[in-house]
Ligand binder design. Sequence first.
Ligand SMILES: C[S@@+](CC[C@H](N)C(=O)[O-])C[C@H]1O[C@@H](n2cnc3c(N)ncnc32)[C@H](O)[C@@H]1O
Length: 256
Amino acid sequence: MPANESNDGSELWDAVDVFLSGKLGTTDAILEAAWQASAHAGLPPIQVTPNLGRLLQLLAQTQGAKRILEIGTLGGYSTICLARALPPGGCLVSLELETRHARVARKNIKRAGLQKLVTIEVGDAKQLLAKLVANKTAPFDFIFLDANKDGYPEYFRWSLRLSRPGTLIVVDNIVRRGAVIDGSSSDANVRGVRQLLDLIAAEPRVSATAIQTVGSKGYDGFVLARVTRLRPAAAGLRRGRRKSESRGQRSAAFAS
Ligand SMILES: C[S@@+](CC[C@H](N)C(=O)[O-])C[C@H]1O[C@@H](n2cnc3c(N)ncnc32)[C@H](O)[C@@H]1O
């Protein structure tokens, strides 16, 4: 059921989202024009909300990001938000499958005056990511995953290869109205998100959390993962740490 037809509070979430956006000025004429142009071109209305767009901008600014990678451009709404965080000379690479979406996005980005900072690559993100790695592209400071959810596990693996210690990876739409907790789901998007979470849980190179959200786009959430190091701890080091940990546990046991 579409979120706004239910009586689960989503009308209120929507009203509060609009209220907060108006109060804090998280939208403006440029973003409105991008939204309108995307709708006019028949693109699906699945871009981030103004408040989430501002959050992405703030996170990238806080990160001091000079190089940003985005997977899933659509009409360039989140691209504009992220590119606004860049200093002069920074760069944002956004990957998009659909030529039509990329065309709309380029116009929106030009209208926003950000075309010198943004490159949109058209194609399947898996291949484009492999190409970035093969070309030994410099690591990105901030990575935003927002394309097909069944591709998330693979996008995350590539993202790690395009990171440095300290890179922040944000992954959108991971709660899926709560369906994320359904281990028997046959929905490819839910399965993709669950595989991503398994991958992150087993990944020693990142420190991560996930936040649930409600708002104009209903009930969802995102993952924040910070890359802490590039290589898993060497086996010898791990063995050494286990030994010293068990020594520590033994001496703690003797002490108690
Ligand atoms: C949720 S929309 C992105 C919204 C955008 N980040 C924003 O907030 O303004 C997802 C986009 O990912 C694109 N996409 C889907 N599968 C893809 C793939 N395999 N490779 C690259 N892009 C893909 C879709 O065409 C769509 O434009």
